[in-house]
Write a protein that binds this ligand. Structure first.
Ligand code: ADP
Ligand code: MG
Length: 243
């Protein structure tokens, strides 16, 4: 069976920096795959290449058996590939509920003129319940804690009913209770059939949630394996210890 996501020889430079360097890997359906690597190893750039926020200089991205290299983020989102950002991105001046509705593809004008279908209002309502955001549904997103904003961003990407979700550091800057909440939601959605690719620095989180683990160093994939294999692999240890 073909992989859900295949990246082949992706390269992206910024000036003289090769942020991603002939990088190839695959994400199999129904996995929670981790993408780890030292700071600056190219993880976020790779996410940007996969999700249409940057074009690779060369190389290919295939999603669901079709080439999607260079397609814009909106098209990919509608096809079932969505992502969150390292610094949570929500609309601060919209309410929590409105953030979900807008993520479902509505313009602000449609929101203001209440031209939102009942089905999409209901979908937003279910996500508010699932993520326990219903009590804060009418607050502005700017009034939420940082952790709640990350949770809202996660809920918002689910409005499109994605097949593959990329999470960029879901636990960064988030308190321990919220980390558990985040983990629970990832597990629930994974059980419901969503595939995940997760960039994360918290290794205990990665080790208990993810398999396989892909390791990047200086823009290249240096290892793919189970959490146990990664912890004992000398290439990986060298990359982290900088030797
Ligand atoms: P990671 O997410 O693994 O920490 P990044 O993908 O953010 O790594 O960065 C990889 C390399 O590319 C770093 O050297 C970084 O400074 C550089 N880089 C990333 N984005 C840009 C950009 N927009 N302009 C210039 N350099 C960038
Ligand atoms: Mg990053």
């Amino acid at each position: 069976m073909t992989a859900l996501l295949e990246v082949t020889d992706a390269t992206k430079s910024f000036g003289g920096t090769r942020a991603v360097d002939s990088c190839s890997f695959a994400v199999q359906r129904d996995t929670v795959t981790a993408l780890i690597g030292p700071n600056g190893s190219g993880k976020t750039t790779l996410f940007n290449l996969i999700t249409g926020y940057l074009r690779p200089d060369s190389g290919q991205v295939r999603f669901n058996g079709r080439e999607v290299t260079g397609l814009d983020a909106g098209t990919l989102y509608r096809r079932g590939l969505s992502r969150t950002f390292q610094q949570a991105r929500v609309f601060p001046q919209l309410s929590v509920e409105e953030n979900l509705v807008v993520a479902g593809g509505y313009s602000w004008r449609q929101l203001l003129t209440r031209r939102v279908s009942r089905a999409d209002r209901q979908r937003a309502g279910r996500l508010l319940e699932e993520f326990r955001l219903a009590p804060v549904a009418d607050l502005l997103a700017s009034e939420l804690s940082y952790g709640q904003r990350k949770l809202l961003e996660f809920a918002a990407v689910l409005m499109s009913d994605p097949e593959l979700v990329l999470l960029d550091e879901p636990t960064a800057g988030v308190n321990p209770v919220m980390i558990e909440t985040m983990e629970r939601h990832i597990r629930q959605r994974h059980a419901a059939g969503v595939t995940f690719l997760i960039v994360e620095h918290d290794m205990t989180f990665v080790m208990r949630l993810c398999d396989p683990v892909i390791v990047l160093d200086q823009g290249k994939r240096i290892f793919t394996g189970s959490p146990d294999e990664v912890q004992t692999n000398s290439l990986v240890l060298d990359a982290y210890l900088g030797s």
